[in-house]
Design a protein around this ligand. Structure first.
Ligand SMILES: Cc1ncc(COP(=O)(O)O)c(C=O)c1O
Length: 438
């Protein structure tokens, strides 16, 4: 930290000499940034993206193309920082709450999640959030984290690295053989049967990027709470549910919710969050020194450990960041608020229902994603009889359709209809898969 907040607050004369008086940064950036456009129809939403118009983009869940409001916010902050890096960053980080730009981001995120701003930790992506949580949990030798065979590399490896360090164990159970025929009851049953006497933590993924299934987290959390035995902490990788599903994340029942905001939320690349309530934050041990927690800084100045409980700000990794991206995240959440969470989820569901219905008519296609909108979100995973998934993706690209394969031991083709797509593009994709399947 170049300058303590106390020293900074003692320097109004120096600040007054600069063009950026406290409070003027936001106003200056906002004056240069266009207001949010009309997003009341889906063509206007699609027009916010600079995607190549000669392709149909069905992989935008991978990493976001920045929409115009996010590009404008990033550019506004970039210009402000480039004009006067010291004062802009000092003001935005260390002046009072009314000038604090990370807090502004936390506030927008909190509104979307149904959470208090001070319970939102800012990270760079899902992976970092998962690593912070698992390494922060007070795991003891012999205890165990239970996860599933279906989760992403980032999740499994976060658990492995943390449990190895703690002398704890990791166990993986399958929640289903075939995601397309799984039910809420069968998933809960499989999970509960997997819990052992040493299990202290359960790690799950909300929307699976292998099969596209969306786990019923609310029902699972209730079932975990209802069982007897030691309480279990539920950690959720929520990246493909956030921005595609109409849920109040903070009351879904999970204890730690980790997600990147650079996929379905269209946040700047390299942004993410972790949410937990105050009690659950207090249970964790931070791993990276924070630049957002005044108590921690003050304790360091006095050469002692902090005495206040751990919290989301203390878990927010410090060191300087790409602030134009971090602060620009507020614009992405503002855009989602304007579009409406329920409206966004309904549009994504309708495009995905259309795709699943079209693929289901093709006898050469096996869809792995459940048909039910309650057990799916924005990803459709499938296989084509006799054609390798990578070949399907290549042939779709020849037809100017951008699909992807799932990065798991068993690979499927993924098409992810989202706000950047139209029903006509979905129809085009269904026809293209029909031609490829022969
Ligand atoms: C389920 C899941 N979790 C985590 C990640 C990693 O996300 P991030 O880049 O935000 O760390 C991915 C990547 O796409 C994913 O599919």
């Amino acid at each position: 930290m170049a300058l303590s907040r106390r020293a900074f607050l003692k320097a109004p004369a120096a600040l007054a000499a600069t063009a950026l008086l406290p409070g003027s940064l936001l106003a200056a950036v906002e004056a240069e940034t266009p207001p949010l456009p009309d997003l009341s129809d889906w063509d206007s939403v699609r027009a916010q993206f600079d995607l190549n118009p000669s392709t149909a983009q069905f992989a935008s869940f991978f990493i976001a193309s920045h929409p115009a409001p996010v590009r404008a916010a990033i550019e506004g902050y970039r210009r402000a920082i480039d004009r006067d890096p010291l004062h802009v960053v000092e003001q935005a980080l260390f002046m009072g709450p009314e000038h604090n730009l990370p807090l502004r981001v936390q506030t927008q995120m909190g509104e979307y999640l149904g959470a208090r701003p001070q319970d939102v930790c800012l990270t760079g992506n899902t992976t970092t959030g998962l690593a912070l949580v698992y390494h922060g949990l007070p795991l003891r030798p012999g205890e165990e984290v239970l996860t599933t065979t279906h989760d992403h590399y980032s999740h499994h490896e976060s658990i492995r690295l943390a449990t190895e360090r703690a002398g704890a164990g990791i166990r993986k159970v399958a929640l289903f053989e075939d995601a397309s025929s799984a039910s809420t009851e069968s998933i809960i049953d499989a999970l509960l049967k997997g819990i052992g006497p040493q299990t202290r933590v359960v790690g799950l993924t909300w929307v699976h990027s292998a099969s596209g299934i969306r786990l019923p987290i609310r029902e699972i959390a209730a079932a975990l709470r209802a069982r007897s035995g030691p309480p279990l902490a539920l950690v959720v990788d929520g990246v493909h549910g956030l921005g595609s599903t109409d849920e109040n994340v903070a009351d879904m029942g999970c204890d730690y919710f980790c997600a990147g905001t650079h996929k379905w939320m269209f946040g700047p690349r390299g942004t993410g969050l972790v949410w937990a309530n105050a009690d659950n934050w207090a249970r964790l041990r931070p791993m990276v020194p924070s630049f957002s927690d005044w108590d921690q800084y003050q304790a360091w100045e006095q050469d002692r450990a902090p005495t206040t409980p751990n919290n989301a700000n203390r878990m927010t990794p410090g060191g300087f960041h790409a602030y134009e991206h971090q602060w620009g995240t507020a614009a992405a959440f503002g855009m989602h608020r304007q579009m409406g969470r329920a409206r966004v989820a309904a549009r994504i569901r309708s495009l995905n229902d259309q795709l699943k219905a079209g693929l289901a008519e093709n006898p050469k296609v096996k869809v792995h994603t459940p048909r039910s909108g309650e057990l799916s979100a924005g990803l459709v995973s499938f296989e084509v009889d006799g054609v390798a998934p990578t070949d399907v993706v290549r042939q779709l690209l020849d037809k100017r359709i951008i699909a992807s394969t799932s990065p798991y031991a068993i690979t499927y083709v993924r098409l992810a209809p989202s706000l950047v797509n139209t029903p006509e593009q979905v129809e085009h994709a269904v026809r293209a898969v029909r031609e490829i399947s022969g």
